[in-house]
Design a protein around this ligand. Structure first.
Ligand code: PLP
Length: 379
């Protein structure tokens, strides 16, 4: 089955009781048993819920994986992965990544004894420099948030596999429509479902997709034992969102490409970060690794004046100023004070993230209106 057909049909079957074409919202905490231990496969909704089961199957199918496991947020999914490791285990992560991922690694798991290295993975030699026999996992995020660097998934996954190290890819920015990390050798794909997969800025959720059944069992155990599960209403909303993922992503990519080029041509704009631009350092790799360049664009104004960047962000009217991304509506984010505020300023700067960086999540509105909005704000 091709992507669009899978997005609409995968994991979803007519409801066995009524034939309802849409998976019902099974808003129930428990399930009546015929006799102790004799039930229809469902005992308690933290462990299993039919709406969640349908979504997990759909997500697994879209990522070409065997197992999908949903969590209450993207960070709860990351938390589950990190719980696989023990004190003394070392983890290598990219140095340009979502601030909350950095925060859970440094502030929650490091105090328990895990050791983290943050390196620029756009050059895989940087990974080899910090690998040791204690390295247990490599955490990749590509395109990175917010500088949209591109990391070679196949190269990193091979490097990891050759040494018996697990490779996890946060595929939130690309979505399975643009790249499938499992097909490139990654062990686990992680998603903030909150973003493009849900697609309508109305749900917070996370997911993991993988092929290894033993590992899936461990992660499902953590899902149930730690209890960070999404509710059935949210699962329904994401099942509904997924049906248009391919159409939305086409438009996100188209609009973002137009806007990136428009920004590049603007005399007041300095650096533009978009993997679809031939001037982007990861352009060739992105063209090889991805089926499109995504809906995220970051930029800085010439002169790097903080107050000027703030004025632009305050002046936008079609783009809303706020955290998050991947919804149908365009959003503008100030990473330094919002999504990446949990990374100390010196670390942010070391990774290349300036306080003047503006990040756009380009929505699926008419692109002419988005450009007019930027034109009015930038002046
Ligand atoms: N990964 C990336 C790339 C993100 O952008 C985010 C959130 O912004 C997350 C993970 C965390 O996901 P959530 O907000 O659903 O917990």
């Amino acid at each position: 089955m091709r992507f669009g057909t899978k997005a609409i049909h995968a994991g979803v079957e007519p409801d066995p009781t009524t034939g309802a074409i849409m998976t019902p919202i099974y808003q129930t905490s428990t399930y009546v048993q015929e006799s102790p231990g004799k039930h229809k496969g469902y005992e308690y909704s933290r462990t299993h819920n039919p709406t969640r089961t349908a979504l997990q199957k759909a997500l697994a199918a879209l990522e070409n994986g065997q197992h999908g496991i949903c969590y209450a947020s993207g960070l709860a999914a990351t938390d589950a992965v990190l719980k696989l490791f023990r004190p003394g285990d070392e983890i290598i992560s990219t140095n340009d990544l979502y601030g909350g991922t950095y925060r859970i690694m440094k502030r929650v798991f490091e105090p328990f004894g895990q050791v983290f290295h943050f390196v620029d993975m756009s050059d895989t030699a940087n990974i080899e420099r910090v690998i040791s026999d204690k390295t247990k996992m490599i955490w990749v995020e590509t395109p990175t948030n917010p500088l949209l660097r591109i990391i070679d998934i196949e190269a990193v996954a091979k490097l990891a596999r050759d040494r018996g190290i697990m490779c996890v890819v946060d595929n939130t920015f690309a979505t399975p429509y643009l790249q499938n990390p499992l097909d490139m050798g990654a062990d686990i794909v992680m998603h903030s479902v909150t973003k493009y997969l849900g697609g309508h800025s109305d749900t917070v959720m996370g997911a993991l997709v993988l092929n290894d059944s033993d590992l899936a069992q461990q992660l499902a155990f953590i899902q149930n034992a730690s209890g960070a599960v999404p509710g059935p209403q949210d699962c329904f909303l994401v099942l509904r969102g997924l049906k248009t993922l391919h159409i939305r992503m086409q438009r996100h990519c188209e609009n973002a490409g137009r806007i990136a080029q428009w920004l590049l041509d603007h005399p007041k704009v300095g650096k533009v970060y978009y993997p679809g631009l031939p001037s982007h350092s990861g352009h060739e790799l992105a063209a090889r690794q991805m089926r499109g360049f995504g809906g995220m664009v970051s930029f800085e104004l010439k002169g790097d004046v903080y107050e000027e960047a703030v004025r632009v962000m305050e002046s936008l009217t079609v783009f809303s100023l706020g955290e998050s991304l991947g919804g149908v509506e365009s959003l503008c984010t100030h990473p330094a004070s919002m999504t990446h505020a949990s990374i100390p300023a010196v670390e942010r700067l070391k990774g290349g993230l300036k306080d003047t960086l503006i990040r756009l999540s380009v929505g699926i509105e008419d692109v002419e209106d988005l450009i007019a909005d930027l034109e009015n704000a930038i002046g």
